[in-house]
Design a protein around this ligand. Sequence first.
Ligand code: COI
Length: 327
Amino acid sequence: MKIFVYNYREFDEAEYFQKFSQEYGVELGISKDAPTLENAHLARGYEYVSIITTRIDRALLEKFCEYGVKMLSTRTVGYDHIDTRAAKELGIHVSNVSYSPECVADYTVMLMLMSIRKMKRIMQREEINDFSLPGIQGRELPNFTVGVLGTGRIGRAVIRDLSGFGCKIYACDKHENEDVKAQAQYTDLETIYRECDLITLHMPLLEDNFHLIDRDAIAKMKDGVVIVNTARGGLIDTKALIEGIESGRISAAGLDVIEDEFGMYYHDRKSDVLSKRDLYILRGFPNVIVTPHMAFYTDQAVSDMVKNSLLSCMYHAEGKEDLWAVV
Ligand code: COI
């Protein structure tokens, strides 16, 4: 079978694309660029297309449809970048992938520890030989009550990791998982907001949870709450977050994702003037760590992303059950 791959990365994905395409007998077409209306024609003759997190709107889907594309597989867990409603209407199948949840779970715990140990300030001071103590006293995770929003594979891995620290863990999800109950207590959002010293987000971005963390939610949170987000920027109303940090209600934040990342991350934009004011504001706070959506980025995860995207297309082509089918 044939699969066209957009955003093909030579430096890290190529070895896995070579390995798995040979293993599965898949013929690849590749473009290093993101799919656009201008280069959608490259996928002509391919029924299966693999993409990452670039915006796939109705117009682009219509173009793909015109060129005979039957299925889009995103080499990512999240698929909020794809207009799945339009895809469904046009009869284009969409799938995502799963990959080792440890990459995001490890990174989340790292952001938690960096946030509560004031690591940004410690590192900034170290650079200028400021070895003083005032202002950098940290707090200890075993003394925390942590709220984990979302107990899918990543949320569960975070809970498992956190259980080793001895903190109290609350979890919240529409679908409760039995294994989680050994390490965390399921509760409602209100309790999490009221009781938790640290709240970490691990849910997909959907229409009904856009700006879940808004002014009202922040007003209900414990004074000095720490917020960690390695899921999707749209889960948090950035303006409300900034206000919460300015007022001191939020004492620290670790953000691997922010709203409106499209077109920015995974490119070298150092010489460009970016109109991303919220990013500059957040980055300017001494108690906020912003990283460019890197939590996924490990060798294991990249291998899984490539492998499972190819497998997903193959399962569909062979009429087998596609474990990652979305639409
Ligand atoms: C995902 O897989 O959903 C991610 O967040 C990582 C991706 C942006 C490369």
